[in-house]
Design a protein around this ligand. Structure first.
Ligand SMILES: Cc1cc2nc3c(=O)[nH]c(=O)nc-3n(C[C@H](O)[C@H](O)[C@H](O)COP(=O)(O)OP(=O)(O)OC[C@H]3O[C@@H](n4cnc5c(N)ncnc54)[C@H](O)[C@@H]3O)c2cc1C
Length: 438
């Protein structure tokens, strides 16, 4: 075992939320270690191939800003892109998401964490985490290429997306009985969709499904019929579903990677036999299959769908969140999509970032405490970035003051977040009903 090193904050997971959490804590002066199991920052935004973060705006006004917004807009500027017209919001919500180049975005994340003076360990996974014998921090065991290494930290941020750190620390998590399907994105070329006879390819597809050689979900989100047109026009981006695998641990992730590539391979073999598709090429496949849902913490507070859809303004709200309920069904196919009522902008409470019974432990990203329907909305990237920044700010404040994140005065949290460009609830004129705190 390598010798003990100490830092103020360890962030486990350098994905959508973790990069922002670590950068915020570093910019606030904390000594931070960021641990990432892959070789690239950005998580689902980069390695998962979901490079369209949203939503930073609600009803024409910006509700999420800060470090995530800074990185996303810098990426758009550096790649010569343009932002959507956020004032024109009477259109499908996905048109207000921001397309980023994955490789530039990942490199900008590298720059941000290096400039914030963090330590970073790629290709390193959390092996164990225990409360320190003396003091109030944590003893963390990491699995590195040199073997196990021990670190001490005052505060932990779990940004694994899967609540892995919370579970290893013995804190309560919730694993749903069923979970949303995953999606393997690719980039196909070598054909012109306008030259294809889609009806005849759908017909051939249907025959293959009925013979048990393909699944409808190999090329669509439908479970009841073929829909090859969308796959071909999107060129394989976010166009399939892999069902019934919970990828919160190595066993589940391994099954998912195998199943998703097997699905793409059988689709590829089929498509290459169709007229106009003989030269189809899979140019790129996301390094990881994109995972929508695995586990959440059981928090000091839990965001329910009623909280979310009513635009509840929590007394410990740390950020806004904005997205329709967007549940990809685990059985029966299709989507449960419910837009928010006009004017509603939900907030998220600090208590949903704090596992029940924990101290000096925060969670950021999609695994915050929430029911399945609320989670189907708040799991999106702009919200994950906002919870990341809130967690990073609270961790830095806790490490410097010795006050547990649950006890930090909200005014101090807000002041630090505002100093680093974040919007905190109340900064934007209230949109919807506020209600008594609990
Ligand atoms: C197919 C698909 C489509 C989506 N569409 C949209 C969309 O249109 N718009 C939108 O905004 N959002 C969308 N989402 C949702 C959104 O992308 C994710 O919910 C969000 O990015 C999750 O962020 P996160 O930080 O919680 O997790 P991640 O971004 O997944 O980051 C977790 C990080 O932790 C690392 N890690 C995990 N475990 C460990 C460990 N044990 N030790 C060390 N490191 C670890 C991972 O490698 C990863 O880098 C979509 C998601 C999917 C899968």
């Amino acid at each position: 075992m390598n010798s003990n090193e100490h830092c103020d904050v360890i962030v486990i997971g350098g994905g959508t939320a973790g990069v922002i959490a670590a950068t915020q804590a570093g910019r606030a002066g904390a000594k931070v270690l960021l641990v990432e199991k892959t070789g690239m920052l950005g998580g689902t935004t980069t390695t998962g191939g979901v490079n369209f973060p949203g939503l930073f705006h609600a009803w024409g006004r910006q509700v999420i800003a800060g470090i995530g917004w800074e990185l996303v807009t810098r990426c758009v500027t550096e790649t010569g892109g343009t932002l959507p017209d956020f004032a024109d919001y009477h259109r499908p919500h996905w048109q207000l998401q921001i397309r980023v180049n994955r490789f530039v975005y990942a490199a900008l994340c590298d720059e941000a964490v290096v400039d914030a003076d963090l330590d970073i360990l790629f290709h390193t996974m959390l092996a164990d985490i225990k409360p320190q014998r003396q003091g109030c921090g944590w003893q963390v065991t990491l699995c590195t290429k040199d073997g196990l290494a021990e670190w001490d930290a005052t505060v932990i941020i779990d940004a694994t997306g899967d609540a892995n750190a919370a579970a290893l620390a013995g804190l309560p998590i919730h694993i749903p009985d069923e979970n949303q399907p995953a999606t393997l994105s690719c980039q196909a070329s070598g054909y012109d969709p306008a030259d294809l006879d889609i009806d005849s390819i759908n017909h051939a597809f249907d025959t293959e499904v009925k013979a048990g050689r393909l699944l409808y979900t190999d090329a669509s989100w439908n479970t009841t019929g073929p829909n090859i047109g969308r796959w071909l026009t999107s060129r394989g981006i976010s166009a399939n579903h892999i069902h019934h695998i919970n990828a919160r641990n190595s066993e589940g992730k391994s099954r998912l990677e195998l199943e998703s590539r097997k699905s793409l391979l059988r689709l590829y073999r089929f498509l290459r036999q169709q007229a106009g598709l003989q030269n189809l090429v899979i140019e790129q496949v996301s390094p990881e299959c994109g995972v929508r849902e695995t586990a959440t913490i059981r928090g000091k507070r839990t965001v329910t769908v009623e909280d979310y859809q009513s635009g509840r303004i929590w007394d410990d709200a740390v950020c806004y969140s904005f997205y329709p309920i967007d549940l990809h069904k685990s059985s029966g196919g299709g989507l449960q999509m419910e837009p928010l009522a006009e004017g509603v902008v939900p907030t998220l409470p600090r208590g949903a970032l704090l596992p029940a019974g924990s101290s000096n432990f925060l969670v950021a990203g999609r695994c915050i405490a929430s029911d399945r329907l609320a989670n189907s909305a708040l799991r999106v990237q702009a919200t994950c970035m906002a919870t990341g920044q809130a967690a990073g700010a609270m961790a830095a404040l806790s490490a410097s003051t010795g006050v547990d994140p649950a006890e930090l005065p909200m005014a101090d949290v807000y002041a630090l977040l505002r100093e680093h460009g974040a919007i905190v609830p109340g900064d934007t004129p209230v949109f919807a009903k506020s209600e008594p705190s609990v």
